[in-house]
Design a protein. Structure first.
Length: 182
């Protein structure tokens, strides 16, 4: 392997799930990547000056109420050429659109493996040949997307999101327990 290629492949993984972060780290390191990990926005920002990542994988919902969208924005501001992939346990149209607007190259739903992430890094343009679905979006999906959009807008503050949605905080908490956001 070309030693110069390694210097061009510096990855920052922003993920608060230690097991997933460790697994991704091992897998990318076996493929010749230099990898650093951060669990939240503050630790990510502390790593940026020294590590100077060329690529990043960012979880949408992080510990301490941090939003992966804020991380995407900070990473893109740090380096507009950085290839950023957002990884999430719950994908919604609203957060996918925002992630791309803020500078992400791609948006993947968990579970995604190293091959999926590397393929997403390589994709610089959209794909026009995707099959369009003729199935209408269900009411449940629309409701969940609206909930998730509101959560993202409020930086995952459940009380404020419930207020904006016009529902009781406990009702929203129960809905979130049924379908975890990550």
């Amino acid at each position: 392997m070309n030693p110069d290629a390694d210097t061009e492949r510096r990855l920052l993984i922003v993920e608060d799930d230690d097991a997933l972060a460790a697994s991704l780290t091992r897998s990318f390191e076996r493929r010749g990547w230099q990898v650093k990990r951060a669990a939240d926005l503050a630790s990510m920002q502390a790593l940026l000056p020294a590590h100077q990542p060329t690529h990043a994988v960012v979880d949408l919902k992080l510990a301490h109420g941090d939003s992966g969208l804020a991380c995407v924005q900070a990473l893109h501001r740090h380096d507009e050429d950085m290839a950023i992939v957002v990884l999430t346990g719950y994908a919604s149209i609203a957060t996918a659109v925002e992630a791309i607007k803020l500078g992400a190259r791609h948006y993947l739903a968990k579970p995604a493996n190293t091959d999926d992430i590397e393929a997403a890094f390589r994709r610089e343009e959209g794909e026009t040949e995707l099959a369009l679905s003729n199935r209408a979006t269900s009411i449940k999906t629309l409701e969940w997307e609206r909930i998730h959009e509101t959560l993202a807008d409020t930086n995952f503050n459940i009380s404020e999101a419930a207020r904006r949605l016009g529902m009781h905080r406990r009702t929203l908490a129960r809905k979130l327990e049924k379908k975890r956001v990550s």
